[in-house]
Design a protein around this ligand. Structure first.
Ligand code: F6P
Length: 574
């Protein structure tokens, strides 16, 4: 990575250094003219939404779940349709100096190592500011179409950073894995390292925020002040998220590439020594920082206590609310579509039909599949929609049930009760439009997948909040609804979400892990029609049957090697 041009350091020409590091040549952070919010605001009509640029800066000793939290926040925001990206300083460090560094590398008294660490931290910060500063054309289009958004001045749009790292292809290689998009998706970083917008201008439900997560220890007030100053110069709001764990019973998961292939015992020893080095200078967040202007949320022992200071605005509040619902209780969720319905057999969408005979067979088989899987001593609660086919599917499960209106199938408006062939014949332009942008297409008088995601947010928060050990939740839902929920857990981008395969008569078990999700699928081995239609494919003249699939498929997140340490359980993998 090229270093920022020192001559372009600050308007005054003075280079800035990360506090707590030796003065010897810390890389300068380049700053151009800060944005002029007043001027932009004056030009904008009163009803324009302000752009939200937020840096969530993680704080905490190593192995306090910072990366886990950052990834969850990024995934949640992306699922809601905001732009989010993680800047993980550990990745920058590994790129710069290699993964295998002894714990001494983190000794704050070692000047050379401290300088090297400051350098990578500033590179990550520069890239983050560059990304947040860049309102790319697609973003502007998506906002301006429906909201009369006024783009800020050209100088802001260009991005103030002179460092070539801020918008070069190499930037995307340093972005945290969790925020990468699979190839081919519309929001994949472009060759310029910029994501393109994933939605059209006509169906944008509100201002999309740009939220970066700066994932590092950021363990001293001086460093935090420096980050705040840099961000504020660029009109970027900063909210710190600290994770404090002092409960030795808490399971701390560390999935560090730093110890790939290392002897587990030595790795734990080295890691503990690294933590001791950080403890020398670490100071928890305090409301007096930055002359009392600091915004933060402090999570103590993973949600057992949450301290919120100076948090303002919609996006920050949503993040805090999400964090308040986080917990790390090991649990699994079960999902199944209702049994095949009479409308499925007739290839009609929507409606409130009853189960077909095969659907009824599935309903009867369901208790056997689920109860066998749950194991002894695990309770189950079933959530259904308010529609007949889900309630009928649940009726042989003699467990507590809750019917959620939020879980009702995507509302297909004027197309409700039609076959895809009838929709194509009656509304050819709509049919085509849906195929070209299925996530955003909204049925007349009905909903889009984007609407559905927002409708399902309370369901996701309830699932996240669910903390009782040995108590599982099963959702018996619908094709579109389960696609949206599945996409949240598996971090599937909006463009692919409406095409996720959720076959009938199959139970999906998801077990969230520290850095991913384990998935198992159990087929009931009862044939059913296939309601999945690929983009642009011809319609099926007659209903196809799902072949009765494998009885059980299992896909695993990377396995963990767990080692008990005084901190609790440390998982060394990757
Ligand atoms: O066909 C079953 C169904 O649940 C319909 O009720 C619903 O409109 C449809 O699936 C959603 O799938 P898609 O978005 O692929 O049309």
């Amino acid at each position: 990575m090229q270093q920022p041009d020192a001559a372009a350091a600050t308007p005054s020409g003075a280079s800035k250094s990360l506090p707590g590091t030796p003065a010897a040549a810390p890389p300068a952070i380049s700053t151009a003219a800060p944005r002029a919010p007043a001027a932009a605001a004056a030009a904008a009509p009163a009803y324009a939404l302000p752009t939200c640029k937020l840096a969530c800066v993680m704080v905490g000793l190593p192995a306090r779940g910072k990366t886990y939290i950052a990834r969850k926040v990024a995934r949640y925001l992306t699922w809601l349709g905001h732009h989010s990206r993680i800047f993980n300083v550990g990745n920058y460090r590994r790129d710069a100096v290699g993964a295998m560094q002894p714990s001494e590398f983190f000794d704050p008294d070692n000047e050379e190592f401290a300088r090297q660490r400051a350098e990578v931290a500033i590179n990550a910060l520069n890239d983050m500011i560059g990304w947040l500063d860049k309102l790319d054309d697609d973003d502007e289009k998506s906002l301006s179409g429906s909201l009369n958004f006024q783009p800020p001045s050209a100088s802001v749009r260009e991005g103030p950073l002179k460092t070539p790292t801020s918008a070069t292809p190499t930037q995307s290689t340093r972005v945290d894995e969790a925020s990468k998009k699979p190839p081919g998706s519309a929001s994949t970083a472009s060759p310029g390292g910029r994501p393109s917008a994933a939605y059209s201008s006509t169906d944008h439900a509100g201002g999309a925020a740009r939220v970066a997560l700066y994932d590092a220890t950021n363990s001293t007030p001086e460093r935090r002040l420096f980050i705040m100053e840099q961000c504020r110069e660029h009109g970027i709001d900063v909210m710190f998220i600290e994770s404090v764990c002092d409960d030795p019973k808490i399971i701390v998961k560390l999935s560090s590439p730093d110890y790939k292939g290392a002897d587990p015992e030595k790795a734990v020893e080295d890691f503990q020594s690294r933590i001791r080095f950080y403890e020398k200078t670490y100071q928890t967040l305090d409301r007096s920082e930055a002359e009392g202007t600091i915004s933060f949320v402090k999570l103590i022992n993973v949600g057992s206590q949450v301290i919120v200071n100076n948090v303002r605005g919609y996006i920050q509040s949503r993040i805090v609310y999400f964090l308040m619902n986080l917990n790390i209780t090991p649990r699994s969720f079960y999902f199944s579509r209702h049994g095949e319905s009479m409308f499925n057999v007739m290839q009609r969408i929507g409606g409130d039909a009853s189960l077909s005979p095969r659907g009824e067979q599935f309903a009867k088989r369901l208790p056997e599949i689920v109860i066998r899987n749950l194991g002894e001593g695990t309770r189950l609660t079933v959530w259904t929609s308010t529609l007949r086919r889900t309630k009928e599917t649940a009726r042989h499960l003699h467990v507590p049930k809750v019917a959620w209106k939020q879980l009702d199938e995507l509302d297909s408006g004027v197309c409700d009760g039609l076959t895809y062939e009838e929709i194509e014949a009656r509304y050819p332009a709509d049919f085509e439009e849906r195929d070209s942008d299925k996530f955003n297409y909204r049925y007349h008088g009905g909903e889009s997948y984007r609407d559905l995601v927002h409708r399902l947010e309370p369901v996701i928060l309830e699932l996240e909040r669910h903390y009782e050990p040995n108590h599982s939740i099963m959702i018996i839902g619908h094709q579109a609804v389960l696609r949206a929920i599945y996409a949240y857990f598996l971090n599937i981008p909006h463009e692919r979400l409406p095409y996720i395969k959720v076959p009938l008569h199959t139970v999906v078990k998801l077990t969230p892990k520290a850095y991913g999700c384990e998935e198992e699928r159990f087929s009931a081995d009862i044939a059913a029609v296939d309601t999945h239609r690929e983009r642009g494919t011809p319609l099926n003249p007659s209903p196809r049957l799902n072949p009765s699939g494998l009885a059980h498929t299992h896909s695993l997140a990377p396995s963990s090697l767990d080692v008990v340490s005084p901190l609790g359980r440390i998982s060394l993998n990757n």
